[in-house]
Design a protein around this ligand. Sequence first.
Ligand code: 9MR
Length: 370
Amino acid sequence: MIKMTRVATVGAAAAGLMAFLVPNVMASSPGQQQAAAPAKGGSHTKPAPSPQTLRALADRAGIHIGTAVNADALAGEPQYADLVGAQFNSVTPENAMKWDAVEPTRGTYNYTQADQLVAFAKAHGQLVRGHTLVWHNQLPSWVTAGDFSADELREILHQHITAEVSHFKGKIWQWDVVNEAFNEDGTLRDSIWLQKLGPGYIADAFRWAHQADPKAILFYNDYNIDGVNPKSNAVYDLVSSLRKQGVPIQGVGDQGHLDVQYPAPHDIATNLARFDKLGVQTAITEADVRIPLPADNTEVEAQNEAYQTLLEGCLLTKHCTDFTVWGFTDKYSWVPGTFTGEGQANIYDENYQPKTAYTVISQDLTLAGR
Ligand code: 9MR
């Protein structure tokens, strides 16, 4: 019933929402509290209510709100850690669970930073999204340059998945088991895994992860699969075929890395709905919206709208369980290092001040929770 309320409310609100929401938030600073209204007929004033945190609003809306977490900032900056703990009820290690971080040399595992995040999450009542087991990036050179036979590499992958998932058994809510296996045209990416193991590596990875932690919810995760397009069609076909074969895949992560230079896809809910029908969960797993710098007001409005489009796509989808931003502050964003001249992609600025994107997200969550 909670979900029905959430869907009906946002559905009704979605069409008209942008018309009033963006002008509203552009006119006020998200960091400001509302001035307290004077109490009727007296000199006492009511204290302004504390602004609601995103996680409190998300709880009421029946969804999780997450952030990717930079391990060094979490350990070294109290202000960063305070906001992660206060605002989010789900966390994803930005890099600390990737292969090069946990198994830099063969058979030698280092879980220090990942364990720290898992402990932080437990202390703050947060769920953890594990990210990621099988990817073509951030592989240690002993894997990529090892010149292994297919059988050896299959066993290496099996070992890695089994060791890592077993280490975190019972502590991970959702695992991104396979990440970014498709090209934009829907063909499989020509990664070391496809080249050496053939397409069956995907089913194998899900089976091995399930054996190591049968209760973790296992996701396929990719970017540019927000709307219906050749790539999301290929993901749909993959998930459909794996489910028919009884492969344990239970979720699809739509990363949601957007850029204001391109229109935000407006068929996210339509796209996610078809995964609902396949019986898998969905999540927005890595939302951010980059802007060519310097940003002008129109671009900031477009960024707000893009965040809303992603969030509303999730809120409108019955089994969309989580909306995660890929880092919450512009201080630690992957964007400037990858897209020259672009940035300001997150919902807090570099000085930890919430931006208007933060406000539109909190307003949408408020509406969805009514
Ligand atoms: O944010 C991550 C950045 O710190 C790393 O340098 C980068 C390496 O490829 O990976 C970034 O995170 C990626 C995520 O793991 C998968 N989807 C795309 C993300 C942005 O590149």
